[in-house]
Design a binder for this molecule. Structure first.
Ligand SMILES: *[C@@H]1O[C@H](CO)[C@@H](O)[C@H](O)[C@H]1NC(C)=O
Ligand SMILES: *[C@@H]1O[C@H](CO)[C@@H](O)[C@H](O)[C@H]1NC(C)=O
Ligand SMILES: *[C@@H]1O[C@H](CO)[C@@H](O)[C@H](O)[C@H]1NC(C)=O
Ligand SMILES: *[C@@H]1O[C@H](CO)[C@@H](O)[C@H](O)[C@H]1NC(C)=O
Ligand SMILES: *[C@@H]1O[C@H](CO)[C@@H](O)[C@H](O)[C@H]1NC(C)=O
Ligand SMILES: *[C@@H]1O[C@H](CO)[C@@H](O)[C@H](O)[C@H]1NC(C)=O
Ligand SMILES: *[C@@H]1O[C@H](CO)[C@@H](O)[C@H](O)[C@H]1NC(C)=O
Ligand SMILES: *[C@@H]1O[C@H](CO)[C@@H](O)[C@H](O)[C@H]1NC(C)=O
Ligand SMILES: *[C@@H]1O[C@H](CO)[C@@H](O)[C@H](O)[C@H]1NC(C)=O
Ligand SMILES: *[C@@H]1O[C@H](CO)[C@@H](O)[C@H](O)[C@H]1NC(C)=O
Ligand SMILES: *[C@@H]1O[C@H](CO)[C@@H](O)[C@H](O)[C@H]1NC(C)=O
Ligand SMILES: *[C@@H]1O[C@H](CO)[C@@H](O)[C@H](O)[C@H]1NC(C)=O
Length: 843
């Protein structure tokens, strides 16, 4: 809703901008009085220094200063307030002074250098109220529209853009002495918005125990708690109607919490002769814990009625009763997590000191020597590490239980235990693991499918990062004097001593002088799917991590940029930089490459070195005779496995002309083809004959349909050969289940024990080798996913020349064996075939 609303307000604001007539420059003051001359907005405090913001679409840095010219010159002039710097060039996006206007919302309009023929650069900065913002917020860049690169828009949330608010008492006690507090619902930045009609012409802005944020779109006079915007076809005729002032405390009416906003605008209804008012009734809904919204119920000529379902309207007794269910709802998605199935007794051993704990989920332990009601029992001296409850709670990263009131520990506090349920790899062992303990708390992680709301499918569509997903040991990168524990599309794998916020995909941790992990911070969760940036680069973003230390209003986030590295392996992440609460990593890998280099293994096998795919081409020759292809009056004889005996070592021969020896093998995973490139054949007009042959996967033609000539030139020829042997081996699909356990049975050994124990190192090496094999197998399986094949077809066109090119082209012809032949192949990925393969793959 807020985004939608933002969009609506923005589009209106942008429309206004186009109507602006620039008034004469005058002495600039950095404050403006709002259009009703009631409140002064003074932005001087925001302009104490230059602010730099990275603009991704321009790939440059925008430096800006709101109320004065920049401290440094831009494009040789000191007149600019906004400057774009990229790769050594400087563009003045905005000259000082700006035009500062207030049409309920304050806006700065800057004009800069000439952008295109008739247009100058403009920068519009929209100042939006956020009452609880810290002093030094920075503006947010709105992504640019493709068709208009001359205009830049920022939104700047700041307390300096607010009108003076009015509050009312938001707590109430009922006759049974239950206390209710609705203040968590008070909005300090974007109002609650309720669309009254379908067309969006009647929009009610609402706040709770607090006046609505005054801005364009909710510009009622006074301190309204409910403000109706009436939009008309004629944009100059919008109306804002005060539907009640914030003037009375939260009350209880007929057993329901109720807010009344009264004494708004005069009501036109002659029979009632009163003022407009609004009535919001709050209904208890234990599952509506966050992101709840008011709902329109009814209206009369003088009144609007809303109902609002929220857990804040429930009494504590009821909430606790409800919570005993061992269930919790993700408030954002309404997905219900249920851990009842796990409510058995377990015994866990703390690997660091050998202490054993008994654990019972959502209920007290039975047959335990610990005090009655204990949920986690330390069996060393039978003390409670926390009393049981079934109050499953939710936080980003998954549901959890907090067992409190255990044995007394330090400073009179009681021991507690957090049990976090985390969506684990598909074959998670499903047992609780102790990740950290100190004298007063115990942290248990439980990787289970029951905590999976949706699995992020990293292997879908354009990007297939599945081969990089770790199920047994995190990637570790270093930077800023810390370690980054990283997984792809999945939360980090539990590591003893590393207590990351559960479910985080990147966890930053420092080490103490004793080598213990400390200050574990989440750099984001695996919520978003991968983005194809361009042909060979894939971006993966993790957001909503721990609060940002420099700006508590923001959360830490991270991103990974995967770049194709043809000759590399899966690669590993490297920390690049940290800026603006965001960590950037780069990752060079062959996984995002559409085509991989293979090698020729005599006598007649080709092998993809990175994915260990091997194809025996002698299968194409059940009889040891060359295949003959006739085309344009010439006969070509093709003998891939012929070696020296055939045509002076050439695999392809026409008359006495040899068409070259093998120089490169390419595995094109998108079009499921294997390309063989032959060069340095017999002399042809001072050059030499060359040829190439594409083996194209085609399941429906038996062993083969025979090679076909598809292109020929004066000194070259190119052939296609549809055959089953270029297809993914079915055995891979069948053995899928047996390849997975290799992943999961392996556990992360503690670093220390590895160093001490050579035998362990060897075991680890063997397990790693097995793991590598499994990764390779799965990688191959994934690369052959026909869906990514069809979706990604265009990627290959970057590597291969378009089919429309009438001649075969070579690009970057190296003298090395890795010359890339640029030649398109036909599309072997018919859609009919995809469905059946999908079934096989189970996707
Ligand atoms: C701007 O301010 C200066 C000094 O305060 C004054 O001399 C000048 O007339 C002002 N110009 C305008 C256009 O108001
Ligand atoms: C605006 O704020 C600045 C800094 O807080 C102050 O110096 C200045 O006097 C204010 N201007 C007005 C007109 O209130
Ligand atoms: C933007 O600024 C950052 C930090 O000063 C710098 O590292 C980066 O290279 C700049 N980017 C460009 C495109 O100038
Ligand atoms: C537009 O840019 C040109 C060239 O920089 C400048 O001379 C002109 O004054 C600009 N127009 C406005 C309205 O600022
Ligand atoms: C708000 O109302 C509650 C009960 O109605 C009362 O106890 C409390 O003192 C009031 N708070 C304020 C700040 O007036
Ligand atoms: C607004 O425009 C719509 C369609 O363009 C029209 O049906 C409607 O009558 C107009 N309303 C007013 C108040 O002019
Ligand atoms: C404020 O916005 C309205 C609606 O777009 C417009 O009609 C009006 O002229 C604007 N007022 C000012 C002072 O710009
Ligand atoms: C507010 O609305 C509810 C129904 O939505 C109604 O039961 C209640 O009586 C109303 N309050 C007042 C003061 O009219
Ligand atoms: C709305 O209020 C009117 C007048 O009180 C009543 O007749 C009508 O039934 C109400 N409609 C709904 C949907 O509650
Ligand atoms: C709490 O609320 C529930 C349902 O809303 C009600 O049945 C129960 O009596 C209330 N309990 C107390 C102690 O107020
Ligand atoms: C769990 O309960 C303890 C003790 O009341 C408290 O200090 C801690 O913050 C709680 N943790 C969470 C994640 O709720
Ligand atoms: C952990 O964070 C605290 C508080 O920010 C800091 O003082 C301490 O130095 C950090 N520890 C390490 C090992 O970085």
């Amino acid at each position: 809703m807020p985004q939608c609303r933002l969009y609506v307000s923005l589009s209106i604001l942008i429309a206004i901008l186009t109507q602006l007539v620039f008034s004469q420059k005058q002495n600039f003051t950095c404050h403006v009085t709002d259009s009703e001359h009631l409140h002064k907005h003074n932005f001087t405090e925001l302009s104490s220094s230059d602010i730099t913001i990275y603009d991704e679409s321009a790939d440059g840095n925008i430096t800006l200063r709101l109320c004065s010219p920049l401290s440094q010159t831009c494009a040789g002039s000191s007149d600019y307030s906004i400057c774009l710097r990229k790769h050594g060039t400087e563009i003045g996006l905005g000259k000082f002074p700006p035009l500062l206007q207030n049409n309920h919302t304050s806006m700065f309009t800057f004009t800069g250098d000439l952008c295109s023929n008739s247009k100058n650069y403009t920068v519009l900065i929209i100042m939006k109220c956020q009452e609880n913002a810290i002093d030094t917020t920075i503006p947010q860049l709105i992504p640019k529209a493709k068709y208009d690169h001359c205009s830049t828009y920022f939104i700047w949330y700041t307390k300096w853009a607010c009108n003076k608010p009015k509050n009312s008492n938001c707590t109430v006690v009922d006759e049974r002495n239950n206390l209710y507090d609705l203040s968590p619902l008070t909005a300090y930045k974007n109002n609650y918005v309720v669309y009254i009609d379908d067309k969006g012409n009647l929009v009610m802005n609402i706040n709770v125990c607090h006046s609505v944020i005054h801005e364009y779109g909710s510009a009622c006079y006074g301190t309204a708690g409910a403000c109706l915007a009436v939009y008309s076809n004629d944009s100059s005729n919008h109306e804002y109607i005060n539907y009640g002032e914030v003037n009375q405390a939260l009350t209880i009416n007929n057993g329901n919490l109720e807010i009344l906003y009264t004494h708004g605008h005069l009501c036109n209804d002659e029979t009632e002769h009163s003022y407009l008012w609004t009535n919001i009734t709050f209904i208890c809904d234990p599952e509506a814990t966050e992101y709840t919204q008011p709902m329109y119920k009814n209206n009369t000529s003088c009144n609007y009625e809303f109902v609002w379902k929220t857990s804040l309207a429930c009494n504590k007794t009821y909430l606790n009763e409800y919570a005993k269910k061992c269930k919790v709802t993700n408030p954002r998605t309404k997905y219900i997590y249920n851990m009842k199935a796990l409510s058995f007794g377990y015994v866990m051993t703390n690997t660091s000191d050998g202490t054993q704990y008994q654990l019972q989920i959502c209920g007290p332990l039975r047959n335990s020597k610990c005090p009655q009601g204990t949920g986690v029992c330390n069996t060393k001296d039978f003390v409670s590490a926390g009393m049981a409850n079934a109050n499953l709670m939710w936080r980003h990263g998954g549901p959890y239980l907090n067992y409190t009131n255990g044995v007394k520990c330090q400073n009179g506090r009681n021991h507690y235990t957090i049990i976090s349920f985390i969506c684990g790899p598909e074959e998670s062992t499903g047992l609780p693991i102790i990740v950290k303990n100190d004298s007063c708390s115990l942290i248990i992680y439980w990787y289970t499918n029951r905590a999976c709301e949706k699995r992020l499918r990293c292997g879908e569509k354009e990007t297939n990062l599945l081969p990089l997903v770790r199920t047994s040991k995190n990637y570790v990168a270093k930077g800023m004097g810390t370690e980054f524990h990283i997984n792809i599309c999945l939360g980090v794998i539990p590591t003893p001593g590393l207590a990351c916020p559960p479910g985080s995909a990147v966890c930053q941790a420092a080490r103490t002088s004793e080598g213990q992990y400390t200050n574990e911070t989440s750099l984001g969760y695996p919520d978003e799917t991968t983005i194809l940036l361009d042909k060979q680069n894939v971006i993966l973003n993790y957001s909503q991590g721990s609060p940002c230390p420099e700006n508590p209003l923001k959360n830490l986030s991270s991103s990974f940029k995967f770049s194709c590295n043809y000759y590399g392996d899966h690669g590993s992440p490297e920390f690049e930089n940290y800026s603006n609460c965001h960590f950037s990593f780069t990752w060079k890998t062959n996984i995002v490459c559409a085509t991989l280099v293979g090698v020729w293994v005599p006598p007649c096998t080709v092998k993809d070195t990175t994915h260990a795919n091997k194809v025996d081409l002698s299968l194409l020759y059940p009889k040891p005779v060359p295949r003959i292809v006739t085309g344009t009056g010439k006969n070509y004889s093709i003998n891939i496995c012929g070696g020296k005996e055939h045509c002076n070592g050439s695999a392809i021969c026409q008359g006495t002309n040899g068409y070259g020896t093998i120089t490169s093998v390419m595995f094109d995973y998108n079009s499921k083809a294997i390309k063989l490139v032959y060069r340095n054949g017999s002399t042809c007009s001072g050059d030499s004959y060359t040829s190439e042959l594409s083996l194209i996967c085609n399941d429906s033609v038996g062993i083969d349909s025979g090679p076909k000539l598809i292109l020929h030139g004066y000194c070259m020829a190119s052939f296609e050969w549809h055959t089953k042997i270029a297809c993914p081996e079915k055995v891979m699909l069948d053995s899928r289940t047996s390849t997975y356990p290799v992943y999961t049975t392996e556990t992360t050994p503690a670093r220390e024990s590895l160093q001490k124990n050579d035998a362990a190192v060897q075991t680890w090496a063997i397990v790693s080798a097995l793991l590598l094999v499994a990764v390779v197998l799965i990688a191959w399986f994934c690369m052959r996913n026909p869906r990514s094949c069809s979706d990604l077809r265009y990627r290959i066109n970057a590597i291969t020349a378009s089919r429309n090119h009438s001649t075969v082209q070579y690009s970057r012809v190296n003298t090395t064996e890795e010359a890339h032949l640029l030649l398109d192949t036909s599309d072997p990925c018919g859609d009919g075939e995809i469905d059946s393969d999908d079934e096989l793959l189970g996707v």
